[in-house]
Design a protein around this ligand. Structure first.
Ligand code: GAL
Length: 376
């Protein structure tokens, strides 16, 4: 790839890091604001005391302010920075306070942070789990302290989660595969999945195969490579794509990747073989880099999930739960233990033909940013 693209990538990374640093300040501010009063109109029942397993003392400030705590897996992907910020804005707009922490893809850290938020007496705990199973224990701890739990975007498995708010991840997978099979109805496919520890990765994969299976059964499509990608790491996706290309002498007809980060990794490997822009590639998240690749022609499509909508619905329902109200749920999603009341929003397929009318029209990215590498 030209040197220019490396430079831009580095600039993008720096921007992301700056945004993450700004967020850390925001979070510190939220922590500092704790106990300063303001905003809240409702007095939730106090739930001070020991968590029954004796882990931490819960101190519930008796000031009538509703507090929403978030433990976020990671800020590795651009989207989570938006999620963290927009959820904070939405919670604030409802007069509640927001405490947010990021666990850097570390289960022990996420557990510790969740316990801290519980001990600080949040009224609702919002979890974006790094490991779907590992966070079950947090749900039990929160409940023992009288705190409701909202699973945000990713489902916590095998626990009594109170509410799940997300996009329909199975539909995400279907949109990817529908878009690619339309272009490549027969041939050799590579599937670069997300991590096994993220239940969304399973749902996306299910959606992808809902669409591919009839083609596979008819002998029209062969999936020649199908791998999970630990922690959604683009470098692992790139290495797996290299293996797939080597094993097949570069004869790959289409690639479906779990998200835009892994799609980017796969496209790097395709570029090494001179195949970027020739082999269709799908991703999800509508990251800026992916949007740029779409208008440049190296990525075929992405799945756009309007984060503001997710954050606003989650904030509204979290505050309702804090007030002891039962939030509305469209459906139930089984998490291995219970049918979790769920609200699943609709994802949108985006390719070069509708990028202007979707992510640009919504202001998700500016036109200028998306087309910055395309000659006018
Ligand atoms: C998934 C999420 C995707 C993507 C990925 C990597 O759970 O649904 O949108 O961001 O995680 O963090």
């Amino acid at each position: 790839m030209p040197e220019r693209s490396g430079k831009w990538k580095a600039a993008g990374r720096r921007l992301l890091q700056a945004a993450a640093a700004a967020l850390a300040v925001l979070v510190l501010w939220a922590l500092a604001a704790l106990g300063n009063g303001g905003g809240g109109t409702h007095s939730p029942a106090p739930h001070s005391g020991e968590i029954p397993d004796g882990s931490r003392k819960v101190v519930r400030p008796d000031d009538g302010i509703i507090r929403v705590g978030l433990t976020m897996d990671t800020l590795q992907e651009e989207r989570w920075i938006k999620d963290m910020e927009l959820l904070g804005q939405a919670v604030g707009a409802l007069g509640a306070e927001y405490l947010a922490m990021t666990a850097d893809s570390d289960d022990a850290k996420q557990l510790e942070q969740a316990e801290t938020l519980i001990a600080m007496g949040v009224d609702v705990l919002v979890i974006v789990p790094h490991d779907a199973e590992a966070m079950a224990t947090v749900v039990n701890k929160a409940h023992a302290a009288g705190i409701k739990v909202l699973s945000y975007d990713r489902l916590v498995r095998n626990a009594d989660v109170d509410l799940y708010v997300s996009f329909d991840s199975e539909r995400v997978g279907e949109l990817m595969a529908e878009s690619i099979t339309k272009r490549v109805p027969a041939g050799k496919y590579v599937y670069i999945g997300g991590p096994e520890t993220d239940y969304n990765a399973h749902l996306v994969k299910k959606g992808v195969y809902n669409v591919l299976q009839p083609y596979i059964d008819r002998g029209e499509i062969t999936v020649v490579f199908d791998q999970w990608t630990p922690d959604w790491m683009p470098a692992i996706a790139r290495d797996n794509m290299r293996i797939a290309l080597e094993k097949n002498d570069g004869r790959i007809d289409a690639v479906i990747a779990g998200n835009d980060g892994t799609a980017g990794g796969a496209i790097e490997a395709l570029a090494d073989w001179g195949l970027a822009g020739t082999v269709p590639v799908a991703g999800q998240d509508a990251e800026l880099a992916a949007a740029q690749r779409i208008v440049q022609g190296t990525q075929t499509m992405t799945v756009y999930k309007p984060i503001r909508q997710l954050a606003e619905v989650a904030a509204e329902l979290a505050v309702m739960m804090a007030k002891g109200e039962t939030p509305r749920a469209d459906r139930f999603v089984n998490n291995g233990k219970i049918d979790v009341p769920s609200v699943l929003l609709t994802p949108i397929a985006v390719d070069a033909s509708n990028i202007d009318d979707t992510i640009i029209a919504d202001g998700f990215h500016s036109r200028e940013d998306v087309y910055q590498f395309v000659e006018p």
